[in-house]
Design a protein around this ligand. Structure first.
Ligand code: GLU
Length: 416
C-alpha cells in the first residue's frame, strides 16, 4: 500500500481513509461512492420553549449510512457542532466499526445542535422527547438503534425509550446505553474505556511489551476519558495529564485521579484542580509520553499538531480525532495509531450485548459481558495487526481494508 494517496474528488466528510482503502482493494469509483454516501438522512426542526419563556430553535439530525450487516446503529450527540456533514462522517465510521468488530449492525449517527450544559433538565427532556416525536418512524429495535455519544447519557436514552414506548408499546432495544433498571446492560457505561484498554493490552502483547509503568496523556475527561483513566490505572499505567474543554492538568509523577474526580463532583472544572500544574489543551497534545489518548472531539490532531506530538503511540478513544493530513504526518514520523474504529469499538460491542439481552428478555452477568467484550476486541485487534504486518501498512489502513471489504461484500449481496 502506498503511503500517499490522491484525495477523492467528491469528498463526503473525512472519506479519504475510505477512498484509500477502496483504491487498495481495486474497487471502482462507483463502489466508493456507494460506501461513502448514506442511504438516508433526516433533519428536523425542534422549537424549544425555554424556562425563561423565550423560544429557541434547534435542529435534530440522523444519518443512516448502511444497513447491509444489520439495523442502523450509532450514537446521538448533543453539541453545538452537530450538523449534517458531521453526522455523515460519523455514521460512515460506525458502519466501518461494526463491520470491523463483527457485530451485526449497520452504521448511523445523529444528534441535536445544542449545548446540553446550558439547558435545564426540563429543557433537555423536552428537546429529546420532541426529537423522538419527529423521528420515531425512522428508529426502532430492528431499524435504527441510537446510543449515547458526546453530550448524551443514559438519562437521555431513558427519555427516548419512554417516548418511543408511548407510541409503540413498551419497547426494549430501541436504544442502548440506557439505565440498567429499564433494560440497560452491566458494563455499558464503562465499555468504551474498558475496550480502549483491551486493545492496548493486545497491542502490547503483539509488541512483546509491558504496559505497567507506561505513561499516558488523555485529552478529554468525559465518560470515555474517565473510564479509560480508570482502566489504565488498573493496568498499573501512569496517567500524567488529562483535560476538559477549559484546560489541562499535568503531573509528571502521575495524577491523583480519585481526588480530581472528587473535585469535579463539586461542580468545578477538572482543570481548576489545584494540586497539579495547569497547562493548555494544545500543550497537552505535545507532552512526551508513551501513549497519547484523544478521548474528546474530532479533528484535534491535524498536520501541524501531528508534527509536534512526542507520544510513542496514539490511541484514538474519540471518533475521528486525527485528520487525513495528521495521519499522514504520524505515519511519516513512524508513530503508530490504534485507530478509532478498533480502539473505541468497546462501546458499540456492549451496545450489541445490551440489544441481545433486550431481545432475549434476559440480563447477562457482568463477567459474561467482560469476557465476550475481551474476546471480540482481542480477535479484531489480532486481525488488524496481522494485516498491518502482512501488507506493511498502518493499523488504520489495515482496519479500513478489513472493514471496507466486509462492508462492500455485504452491500454487494443486497445491492449490486
Ligand atoms: N457512540 C458510540 C460510538 O461512537 C457508541 C455507539 C453505539 O453504542 O451504538 O461508537
Amino acid at each position: 500500500m502506498t503511503k500517499k494517496t490522491t484525495p477523492p474528488k467528491q469528498s463526503i466528510g473525512n472519506s479519504h481513509f475510505l477512498h484509500e482503502a477502496c483504491q487498495a482493494l481495486g474497487y471502482d469509483e462507483q463502489v466508493f461512492a456507494l460506501l461513502a454516501g448514506a442511504s438516508r438522512e433526516f433533519k428536523v426542526q425542534l422549537p424549544l420553549l425555554c424556562d425563561d419563556g423565550s423560544l429557541k430553535i434547534f435542529y435534530g439530525y440522523r444519518v443512516q449510512h448502511h444497513n447491509a450487516l444489520g439495523p442502523y446503529k450509532g450514537g446521538l450527540r448533543f453539541h453545538p457542532s452537530v450538523d449534517m456533514q458531521e453526522a455523515h462522517t460519523l455514521a460512515a465510521l460506525m458502519s466501518l466499526k461494526t463491520a470491523l468488530v463483527k457485530v451485526p449492525f449497520g452504521g448511523a449517527k445523529g444528534g441535536i445542535n445544542c449545548d446540553p450544559r446550558s439547558l435545564s433538565r426540563r429543557e433537555l427532556e423536552s428537546l429529546t422527547r420532541a426529537f423522538v416525536e419527529k423521528i420515531h418512524r425512522g428508529i426502532g429495535p430492528n431499524l435504527d438503534i441510537p446510543a449515547p455519544d458526546v453530550g448524551t447519557n443514559e438519562q437521555v436514552m431513558a427519555w427516548i425509550q419512554d417516548e418511543y414506548s408511548k407510541i409503540y408499546g413498551y419497547t426494549l432495544g430501541v436504544v442502548t446505553g440506557k439505565p440498567i433498571l429499564i433494560g440497560g446492560s452491566q458494563g455499558r457505561t464503562e465499555a468504551t474505556g474498558t475496550g480502549v484498554a483491551i486493545v492496548m493490552q493486545q497491542h502490547a502483547r503483539h509488541q512483546a511489551q509491558k504496559l505497567e509503568g507506561k505513561t499516558v496523556v488523555i485529552q478529554g475527561f468525559g465518560n470515555v476519558g474517565t473510564h479509560c483513566a480508570n482502566a489504565f490505572k488498573r493496568l498499573g499505567m501512569k496517567v500524567i495529564a488529562i483535560s476538559d474543554s477549559k484546560g489541562a492538568l499535568f503531573d509528571e509523577a502521575g495524577l491523583d485521579l480519585h481526588a480530581i474526580c472528587q473535585h469535579r463532583e463539586k461542580g468545578k472544572p477538572v482543570s481548576t484542580y489545584p494540586q497539579a500544574r495547569q497547562i493548555s489543551n494544545q500543550d497537552l497534545l505535545k507532552l512526551p509520553c508513551d501513549f497519547l489518548v484523544p478521548a474528546a472531539m474530532g479533528n484535534v490532531i491535524d498536520g501541524k499538531t501531528a508534527r509536534e506530538i512526542k507520544a510513542k503511540v496514539v490511541v484514538e478513544a474519540a471518533n475521528s480525532p486525527t485528520t487525513f493530513e495528521g495521519d499522514q504526518v504520524l505515519m511519516e514520523r513512524g508513530i503508530p495509531v490504534l485507530p478509532d474504529i478498533l480502539a473505541n469499538a468497546g462501546g458499540v460491542i456492549v451496545s450489541y450485548f445490551e440489544w441481545v439481552q433486550n431481545m432475549q428478555q434476559m440480563p447477562w452477568e457482568k463477567n459474561q459481558i467482560t469476557e465476550q467484550l475481551t474476546t471480540k476486541l482481542s480477535k479484531a485487534s489480532d486481525e488488524v495487526f496481522a494485516v498491518a504486518t502482512g501488507k506493511q501498512c498502518s493499523y488504520r489502513q489495515a482496519a479500513y481494508l478489513i472493514a471496507t471489504q466486509r462492508l462492500r461484500d455485504a452491500v454487494a449481496t443486497v445491492t449490486i
